[in-house]
Design a protein around this ligand. Structure first.
Ligand SMILES: N[C@@H](CCC(=O)N[C@@H](CS)C(=O)NCC(=O)O)C(=O)O
Length: 208
């Protein structure tokens, strides 16, 4: 049994979608970040980085970091086709884009959402937010180029990468602006939103 430590609209979206698609047994454990639960000694024992998501594996170990979670789940379920298996030519491309999204993508979203963590005074904070918005737009342009044409990353078709990218689009307030002029991104998002596993994850995560 997996245990997914999650928060609303956090990176646990992709982890839950993968668990659903794999048909793996799991339960959800909500981490109340507003109450600082992720910083408690009990949670830090699970994920010393004090971030959400984290995933407790069937062997009892817990890992954090969305990219690590994607790889561990994908490897555990070769039949799901979520992660290109060793020896396939798509595998290196998969790791490249996964890390681009988990570092540049996720972290730029975090900077835009919490600019006050990157500067001290009000005007500097406003500048950090403005720059983060620009960087995020540039990031999605890179994604658009990466999936241009068939609207997916890999020659072999959809994978966990598409679920990860769809999750990153969920955090944009202005979807018209995000998808306008980025037709491949819009196509990918539409297709991923039809996947039952992703739908289940969004039912859990969507804030009312
Ligand atoms: N690199 C991490 C980033 C995870 C992350 O930053 N999650 C946010 C929630 S969406 C978090 O835990 N933030 C800590 C905080 O706000 O103190 C990953 O890919 O899992």
């Amino acid at each position: 049994m997996y245990v997914l430590h999650w928060e609303y609209m956090a990176g646990s979206i992709v982890a839950q979608a993968l668990l659903e698609e794999m048909g793996a047994p799991y339960r959800m454990k909500h981490v109340d970040m507003a109450a600082g639960e992720h910083k408690t000694p009990a949670y830090r024992r699970l994920n010393p980085a004090a971030r959400v998501p984290a995933l407790t594996l069937p062997d009892g170990r817990t890992i954090g970091e969305s990219a690590a979670i994607v790889v561990v789940l994908g490897e555990s379920s070769p039949a799901s086709g979520l992660l290109p298996q060793p020896g396939t030519s798509d595998r290196s491309v998969f790791f490249f884009w996964l890390n681009v999204m988990a570092t540049s993508g996720y972290m730029t979203v975090a900077r835009k959402g919490h600019p006050e963590r990157y500067a001290f005074d009000e005007s500097a904070i406003a500048q950090v937010e403005r720059r983060a918005a620009e960087d995020l737009a540039a990031f999605f342009d890179v994604m658009e180029d990466a999936i241009e044409g068939d609207g997916t990353f890999l020659a072999s078709g959809q994978s966990a990468l598409d679920l990860y990218l769809a999750m990153l689009t969920e955090w944009s307030e202005d979807k018209d602006k995000l998808f306008g002029g980025r037709p491949s991104l819009a196509k990918l998002s539409n297709e991923v939103c039809l996947r039952p596993g992703y739908q289940a994850a969004m039912r859990t995560h969507r804030l009312n």
